[in-house]
Design a protein around this ligand. Sequence first.
Ligand code: ATP
Length: 231
Amino acid sequence: MTSVLQAQALGKRYGKRWALRECTVDIPAGHVVGLVGPNGAGKTTLLKLAGGQLEPTTGDITVLGGRPGSTPAQLARVGFVAQDTPLYAALTVAEHLRLGARLNPRWDAALARERSGQLGLDPSHRAGKLSGGERAQLALTLGLAKRPELLIMDEPVASLDPLARREFLHRLTEATAEHKLSVVLSSHLVSDLEKVCDYLIVLVDSRVRVAGEVDRLLATHHRLTGSLHAF
Ligand code: ATP
């Protein structure tokens, strides 16, 4: 089976500082993968390497069996929702959907309309006026409508209150089951990820501390929930 993410001794250095080092993982496709770690652990760096936005300093990475960002076709297979959801404050919800349709050859207009309707997003509302939760949901909708095989999301719930966090993660679980896509998302908190993800990568100080299926990790690392001190 194709791996969603395969890394071999992957490393990224900025000047003298290693943001990620010796990262070796192999995760079968179809998983919802959580990437957890404290500030500066290297989460964004790993996600950008997977999205093809950065080149490795050392080692190799493949995503869905291909080199990240190596061709337009490979790029179209992977959706990337950056940490500060890339919405345009002056554009309305409807304009974001139209823009998505123009920019993405695989765009699913029916899915985008249906999802934003279900979420109760007013098509005439400007993105700048949406709540944090609504912005996150719109960014997820735009990511799904691109019909990627893998959706990467960098800390999508970091700035949300507990209610909006729960709602977002619930919608994400529904969407991954319905669209059968692989997902990699990051967070500072295991508690955000343990119910949504079936695979976890724990990054501490630029290195993978532990990686594996959530059930197995929870069974062997009793204090995993809500805390990284177990590592
Ligand atoms: P956070 O949770 O705060 O977003 P993170 O786990 O996503 O952190 P990264 O953003 O990957 O961590 O950063 C890892 C390390 O690399 C940090 O020490 C950061 O300061 C450094 N770093 C990241 N990007 C750059 C850059 N463009 N130039 C120099 N150093 C960088």
